[in-house]
Design a protein around this ligand. Structure first.
Ligand SMILES: Cc1cc2nc3c(=O)[nH]c(=O)nc-3n(C[C@H](O)[C@H](O)[C@H](O)COP(=O)(O)OP(=O)(O)OC[C@H]3O[C@@H](n4cnc5c(N)ncnc54)[C@H](O)[C@@H]3O)c2cc1C
Length: 445
């Protein structure tokens, strides 16, 4: 009998796996993989399901890692922390904070697992910071043959594995533990400013380099953008900083409500409703512990699409996006979010080999709003964009392969580690293609 359905956080997709395993130890992951191999079942790992697409769903074995949590080791002198794969950032950041340490940069979501985030190229913002993958120093991976290997930068037994394993979409095996760099804890000061979009796009490179963690929010019918600068400070935490942080959550609730009203009133009503309901709560600068400034509680379900562009092409892409979205005339209550990141060396990282501008569009889950994503995707793709692996997109392996210089290397690693395609599903076949046949051994080697 099939087990009850698993669903993504957003409720966008789900599945009814043949069986669900909830390991609490590495040996249980190994047993689950070996048993799946004996039963001829495919295996997909699941974190908290904060990816929006069909990456996790399987008709085989779902290995739900959310009960496999906690810190295995913390070396404050070396600045390294090892966590079990299902540990959520909220738990990790709080534990590090208690020991005077912190992760140097994270995205806006604290509820996801470390392994799920790593496997989809998760990132925060800042040109001096890579995506999460850049801060990983080693992992333990359970592979299709049921063995466990420790993989790090010095790993030469399997060429290309280190470059592949830090963003593998769950196709190379199941990450058991992840070791991350951590730093002494720090406080951040967040401040907002408003600027004309055109003026900001003229000085985009300087803007991107001007704050340690810059981001901008732009409502496409408006000519103004909200610029968010987040920088380290020695100032004390602002009294009531927790309430200030709530502003972002309240804003998401407002967007959710606006989306509901727009279902009845029509999408044309979105700019009017936003003007009426926006700015109801104070948005001043504040100082707080780093992890509390990076993240905020996100209770409202939505759908998001994000693309990673070459940094220098991002202003041009935003101008084109403005034209296309205004022609469409359907607006989302959520602003377009622009973030930036450093280049990295991870084979399938959307930021591979180039400084990156990330352009994120969020829409309510209502059917008409998906039109916005459909209109935006080809615009971004034309500027060399690589989609976020965990968010909505329609790119197939044919579209994606030429965008990743180390694509073939990733595929070779995959075919050596998982020749039978145990860690695949219909969706990974779409975005990566089926596992290629292993290369024949060269005589004499
Ligand atoms: C509200 C919200 C905010 C977000 N904010 C950001 C953001 O600021 N920046 C950003 O980059 N992204 C963001 N995302 C996207 C999110 O970070 C990713 O989709 C991430 O995958 C979610 O982690 P998860 O634990 O939910 O993983 P899941 O969605 O459960 O899994 C994602 C992938 O990871 C694989 N996986 C999970 N665990 C393992 C494991 N142990 N071993 C191997 N593979 C594994 C799965 O097989 C799957 O392929 C956001 C998403 C939401 C819904």
């Amino acid at each position: 009998m099939r087990e009850s359905r698993w669903r993504t956080w957003a409720g966008t997709v789900g599945c009814a796996p043949a069986r669900t395993v909830r390991p609490t130890g590495e040996e249980e992951i190994v047993r689950a993989v070996r048993k799946a191999a004996r039963d001829g079942l495919s295996v997909r790992a699941a974190g908290t399901g904060h990816s929006f697409n069909r990456l996790v769903p399987t008709s085989g074995v779902l290995v739900d890692l959310t009960g496999y949590t906690g810190i295995v080791a913390l070396d404050t002198a070396a600045g390294e922390v090892t966590v079990r794969a299902g540990t959520r950032f909220t738990e990790l950041c709080a534990a590090l904070h208690r020991r005077g340490m912190a992760l140097p940069n994270i995205g806006t979501l604290a509820e996801q697992t470390v392994a799920g985030a790593l496997s989809t190229g998760n990132h925060g913002t800042g040109l001096r910071h890579t995506a999460l993958s850049g801060g990983v120093t080693r992992v333990r991976l359970v592979t299709a043959d049921g063995s466990v290997r420790t993989v790090g930068p010095q790993d030469e037994a399997e060429p290309g594995l280190w470059g592949a394993v830090r963003c593998g979409l769950g196709t190379l095996g199941i990450l058991s533990t992840v070791t991350l760099r951590c730093v002494p804890q720090f406080r951040l000061r967040m401040q907002l400013a408003s600027e004309r979009l055109d003026a900001l796009l003229e000085r985009f490179g300087d803007w991107a380099a001007g704050s340690e963690h810059p981001s901008l929010n732009w409502l496409p019918w408006s000519d103004q953008v909200t610029v968010r600068s987040v920088d380290r400070t020695c100032e004390a935490a602002t009294p009531g900083a927790g309430l200030r942080r709530l502003t972002a959550t309240l804003d998401e609730v407002r967007c959710g409500l606006t989306g509901q009203v727009a279902r009845l009133a029509g999408a044309e009503a979105v700019p009017r409703l936003t003007a009426r309901l926006g700015g109801l709560w104070p948005d001043g600068p504040y100082v707080d512990a780093g992890h509390r400034v990076f993240t905020f509680v996100q209770p409202v379900r939505f759908l998001a699409m994000e693309h990673a562009l070459p940094l220098e092409r991002t202003p041009e892409a935003l101008r084109e996006l403005r034209t296309v979205l205004r022609q469409l005339g359907v607006y989302s209550p959520y602003s377009v979010l622009v973030r930036v990141g450093a280049a990295d060396d991870v084979a399938l990282s959307p930021a591979y080999g180039r400084q990156t501008g990330y352009v994120n569009l969020t829409v309510p889950r209502a059917a008409g709003q998906v039109e916005i994503l459909r209109a935006a995707e080809p615009v971004l793709r034309a500027f060399g964009a690589r989609p976020h692996w965990g968010k909505a997109h329609t790119a197939t392996a044919e579209v994606l392969a030429p965008r990743y210089p180390r694509w073939e290397e990733f595929q070779r690693v995959r075919s050596r580690l998982d020749p039978g395609g145990m860690f695949t599903g219909p969706y990974t076949d779409t975005v990566l293609g089926p596992v290629p046949a292993p290369e024949p051994a060269v005589a004499g080697r």
